[in-house]
Write a protein that binds this ligand. Structure first.
Ligand code: MTE
Ligand code: MO
Length: 336
C-alpha cells in the first residue's frame, strides 16, 4: 500500500548497516576539511542560523529495492527486499553547496566530496565507521541537502538524527545518516561502503571473481516501477479491479505507466499523479482492470521522457549482489 505522495517517517523503510548512534545535538560538530581554503567545524545551531533553510521533495530508495525478484533466477546476497525499500519525503535542511562554498571548496580536476558518519559497521572481519562519497559536481548541484527534518518533523534516530545527507536521484547508500564529517579530495572514499558494496557487475561475475575496482559504482538510480496494490497473491472479486503503485525516474521524468494482464501482449495505460515542482519525487499511478474469474499475472512497466522503458525479463538484470532490479514488476492475483 502507498498511503500518499509523502511517506511518513514511521512508514518509511529503514536500512542500517550498523548501530543507531545516540547523538547529543548540542555537542555534535560537523567538520568540513580537505581541499577547502577555510576548514570549518559547525554545530547544528551554526548550520541552522548561518545557512538558508530549504526543502526538497525527493525519493530515497535502496539500490537493493525489489531484490527479491532476482531470486527467481538464482540466489543473490543481501536483504530480499520487496518493492518497499523506497519512500518519498520532503527533506528540509541546508544546501551542501552553501556549506562547501562557505568553506571555500577548491575543485581542481577530479573532485569528490567524502562523507563519514557516526555508526559502527562490520565487514570482512573489520570494524569501521560508515562512509561514502559523491562527485563534487553532484554535491554542488544545489539539490543535495544536509537535512535535519523529514516531512516537517525532526529526523528520528533511525533516519539519521540529528543530520543526514540527502542526495536526490542517487541510491540511498550515498545519503549518509548521522553525518560526522565532510572532506573534499581528488578521489572517492576509501571506505568499504564505497569500494566493496553497491557496485554493479555483469551476470557472469560472482563473489569470487568480482574485481571491485572495475564494478560500476551505483549513483544515479534507473527507471523503475512497481505494483503496490493489490498485494502479490491476493484473492479479489472478479470484475473491475483497482491496481496502483509508483514509478520513479531520475534525470528524466516518468512519461507513461502501463499494466498488462497477458504478459505484455496488451497494455492498459495508467493515470499518473505527478508531484509538481520537483524532479526528484516518485510518480504515483492507478488503473482499473476488468479481471474475469481465474488466476492472473499482472505486470507493470514505465516509460520515461527519453522514451526508455524497463526490460521484461528478470534474468536480463540479474547480478550477484542483487542491485537495480528493474525488470517489469509482476504479481499474481486470483479473481473469484
Ligand atoms: N550512516 C549511515 N547512513 C546510511 C546507511 C547506514 O547504514 N549508515 N544506509 C544507507 C542505505 S544503504 C540506504 S538505502 C539509506 C536508507 O535510509 P533510511 O533508513 O532513512 O530509509 O540510508 C543510507 N545511509
Ligand atoms: Mo541501501
Amino acid at each position: 500500500m502507498i498511503a500518499g505522495m509523502h511517506t511518513t517517517q514511521d512508514d518509511f523503510y529503514v536500512r542500517n548497516h550498523g548501530n543507531v548512534p545516540v547523538i547529543d545535538e548540542t555537542l555534535h560538530r560537523i567538520s568540513v576539511s580537505g581541499q577547502v581554503s577555510r576548514p570549518i567545524s559547525l554545530s547544528l545551531n551554526d548550520l541552522k542560523s548561518r545557512f538558508e533553510r530549504v526543502s526538497v521533495s525527493a525519493v530515497m530508495q535502496c539500490a537493493g529495492n525489489r531484490r527479491a525478484d532476482l531470486f527467481s533466477v538464482k540466489p543473490v546476497s543481501g536483504d530480499p527486499w520487496a518493492p518497499g525499500a523506497i519512500g518519498n519525503a520532503v527533506w528540509t535542511g541546508v544546501r551542501l553547496k552553501d556549506v562547501l562554498e562557505s568553506a571555500g571548496i577548491m575543485c581542481v580536476g577530479e573532485t569528490h566530496v567524502v562523507f563519514a558518519a557516526c555508526d559502527d559497521c562490520e565487514a570482512e572481519g573489520k570494524r569501521f565507521r560508515y562512509g561514502v562519497s559523491i562527485p563534487a559536481s553532484k554535491a554542488l548541484s544545489g539539490d543535495v541537502l544536509l537535512a535535519y527534518e523529514m516531512n516537517g518533523e525532526v529526523l528520528s534516530p533511525e533516519h539519521g538524527y540529528p543530520l543526514r545527507v540527502v542526495v536526490p536521484g542517487y541510491a540511498g547508500v550515498r545519503s549518509p545518516k548521522w553525518l560526522a564529517s565532510i572532506e573534499v579530495r581528488d578521489k572517492p572514499s576509501d571506505n568499504h561502503m564505497q569500494q566493496r558494496e553497491y557496485k554493479l557487475f555483469p551476470a557472469s561475475v560472482d563473489e569470487a571473481s568480482a574485481d571491485w575496482e572495475n564494478g560500476t559504482t551505483i549513483n544515479d538510480m534507473p527507471l523503475n516501477s512497481a505494483i503496490c496494490e493489490p498485494n502479490d497473491g491476493a484473492t479479489l472479486c472478479a470484475g473491475p479491479v483497482r491496481v496502483a503503485g509508483y514509478a520513479v525516474a531520475t534525470g528524466t521524468s516518468v512519461a507513461r505507466v502501463e499494466v498488462s494482464s497477458d504478459d505484455g501482449v496488451t497494455w492498459t495505460q495508467a493515470a499518473l499523479n505527478v508531484e509538481p515542482s520537483t524532479p526528484w519525487s516518485w510518480t504515483l499511478w492507478t488503473v482499473e482492470l476488468a479481471l474475469p474469474e481465474g488466476t492472473h499475472e499482472l505486470s507493470v512497466r514505465a516509460w520515461d521522457s527519453a522514451g526508455q522503458t524497463q526490460v521484461s525479463q528478470v534474468a536480463d538484470v540479474w547480478n550477484f549482489k542483487g542491485y537495480l532490479s528493474t525488470a517489469w514488476h509482476r504479481i499474481t492475483v486470483t479473481a473469484q
